[in-house]
Design a protein around this ligand. Structure first.
Ligand code: RNT
Ligand code: ZN
Length: 444
């Protein structure tokens, strides 16, 4: 019934978006029409879900493409100082041009609204050499133009690691006032760049501050570094910038490689700081104890800070930054953000880096999985669930939650990929393999 009417274009006017590409994929449209009926029986509107999904921007982290190396040095490097990348899959981007080409490939394979999330160490230092405290818009204009040409927003990160002045493992909380001064200068320089990028692109740049500072072994003084960090942050944030151009986020961490016993910028530290100074709090999903629910933190933190930033990531036993899956923790975060109506106050960034598999595939898969998690959350009977809860009918709440898991989500995802003109599941990998053969395999 449905099948024939779809092919004849008769299905209740639902196919106003029919394009040439869509006529090429009737099986997807047929599946979607059936899914619409099925969802409709549960009072869920897939069209409404897709409209909301299209508003969710995902900020693509530049550092998946080159193992957090950056372009400060002529020689391609790999980050140290708090981030650890494992694997040696061929094809790592060695130049800005290669990284941009790789990102362009990812953009073709990922539906929806995207932004670029750049670390300060990825500036173009061929334009002008500068140490971290001396960078200006000059090193970033090329990236901003690149974003503008693609209609992408831009987000930014000062780089407080992989630098001689971070060798001791301390930056903004360093005992030495001169070293602190240097890193404060870096933070200030980054905020200026971010504000200018935000002005040029007409979209606020979220500038995220993460520092590796901490002790490998048990410290004798936990207070002083935290006092110094607070003071350094206050100096960096001293100048009030237009929030329409840039806003600051602070990212906590539980422990790192080399800072197992004490991290200066812990969850409690930054939560307190963000509340006090009304900064954006950055929740990196790998920065908590593996049994903690990051999803559960959202409703508490958002009561007290203006906005959240997510670093969607996947820790395996530790903060390992594995490729994000369409898994329960990711889905729980998406569900929480949707049910709490938090999307207007939440920025979605990615933070994973796997060099053991094709990097373009890692980027694509992780990003699509985040979007799948949001789509799945938007397609749940959230209102009914909350209604049942309000009525105290927890039996029905649990039953509906579980039954809803077998609704035909995949058909809606396939339809979204079709409308967005990106390959569906099962098709995108072929394009990555072709790019590997023609481009990545030529890199030494
Ligand atoms: C490190 C933090 C931080 C970095 C990036 C590269 O543990 O998660 O966000 O991964 O800044
Ligand atoms: Zn992070």
């Amino acid at each position: 019934m449905v099948f024939r009417s779809v092919l004849n274009g008769e299905h209740g006017g639902r196919f106003s978006l029919v394009t040439r590409a869509s006529r090429d994929k009737p099986e997807i449209m047929i599946g979607y029409a059936a899914a619409q009926d099925e969802y409709g029986r549960h009072q869920i509107d897939p069209e409404g879900a897709l409209a909301r999904l299209e508003q969710i921007a995902v900020s693509l982290h530049c550092w998946q493409g080159d193992d957090v190396g950056g372009f400060e040095k002529a020689e391609a490097t790999r980050a140290g100082g708090g981030t650890l990348v494992t694997g040696n899959y061929p094809g790592r981007a060695r130049t800005i041009e290669e990284l941009q080409a790789d990102l362009d490939q990812v953009l073709k394979l990922v539906p929806g609204k995207k932004r670029l999330n750049l670390h300060a160490s990825y500036g173009d230092f061929r334009v002008r050499k500068a140490d971290r405290d001396g960078i200006t818009i000059d090193q970033f204009q090329g990236w901003i133009d690149w974003c503008k040409a693609r209609g992408l927003g831009f987000d930014f990160n000062p780089t407080f690691f992989a630098h001689p002045k971070a060798e001791s493992g301390f930056t903004l909380s360093h005992e030495d006032a001169g070293i602190r001064e240097f890193w404060v200068g870096h933070g200030i320089a980054c905020r200026k760049i971010a504000a200018e990028a935000g002005r040029q692109l007409g979209s606020a740049v979220i500038t995220n501050f993460w520092i590796p500072d901490g002790h490998k072994d048990i410290p004798a003084d936990r207070f002083s570094p935290r006092e110094r960090l607070e003071e350094s942050l206050d100096r960096i944030f001293g100048e009030v910038l237009d929030p329409a151009r840039t806003r600051d986020a602070v990212e906590s961490k539980l422990f790192g490689i080399g800072s197992e016993s004490y991290v200066v910028g812990s969850h409690e530290f930054y939560l307190g700081y963000a509340v006090k100074r009304q900064k954006i709090y950055c929740l990196d999903m790998g920065h908590f104890h593996p049994t903690e629910s990051v999803a559960d933190k959202i409703s508490s933190i958002l009561l007290f800070v203006p906005e959240l930033l997510f670093h969607v990531s996947r820790g395996v036993r530790w903060d390992s930054d594995h490729v994000v899956l369409f898994d329960d923790p990711t889905r729980a975060v998406a569900e929480e953000l949707v049910r709490g109506d938090c999307l207007g106050r939440t920025h979605i960034g990615l933070d994973f880096f796997d060099a053991s598999i094709n990097r373009i595939a890692a980027w694509t898969l992780g990003t699509r999985n985040v979007q799948k998690a949001f789509l799945a959350a938007l397609l749940l009977p959230n209102r009914q669930l909350q209604q049942l809860e309000a009525e105290g009918d927890f039996t029905s709440r649990l039953a509906l939650m579980e039954d809803a898991k077998s609704l035909p989500f995949g058909a809606v995802w396939a339809e979204w990929c079709r409308r967005q003109d990106v390959p569906g599941d099962g098709a995108w990998l072929g394009e990555v393999k072709a790019y590997e053969a023609s481009v990545l395999s030529t890199r030494s």
